[in-house]
Design a protein around this ligand. Sequence first.
Ligand SMILES: [Cu+2]
Length: 174
Amino acid sequence: MNRILALVLVLAVVALGASLFALAGRGAQAAGPAVGERIFYVTGLEYKGATSTKDLAAPEKDPKSLGDGYRYKKPGDVDKNDATRWEVSTYRWEPGTMTAFQGDKVTFVGFIVNGDHHKTWVEDPQGKAVIAEQDWQRGREYKVSFVADKVGYYILHCDEHDPSMTAYLLVLPR
Ligand SMILES: [Cu+2]
């Protein structure tokens, strides 16, 4: 009888140990990938589209009044030989959303395709500038790095074309 009891106890301890080991394994998986450098290539772009008043009336409100990133050429300003043509555009970072884990070293490699100047800076989740404002110019490549030590959204700004030219880096807990 004592032997059977001892065997049951041993089995129970082994089962408990196995469960704890499995749980520890799951915990390690949930911790995310190893700390490393995350490099994001961000491009400064201007998306542009045009149509004719024959297909769609021009907007009543100048899109430029809605945000500094929007541009508008009213009918007659796009093509002096075509009074019906009008055009809109918006400045953007591409990609607009990114993800990293807490503790990662993050590097943004910026390249500007459209627009001669962009007032670029990076804000941390508490509203502090981790990268101070720089003038990013067309045709040049820029590299900025910081450690993403806080959980939440880091924001890549362009004060020349906000709010549309804004990109978000979501930093997840490790
Ligand atoms: Cu810009």
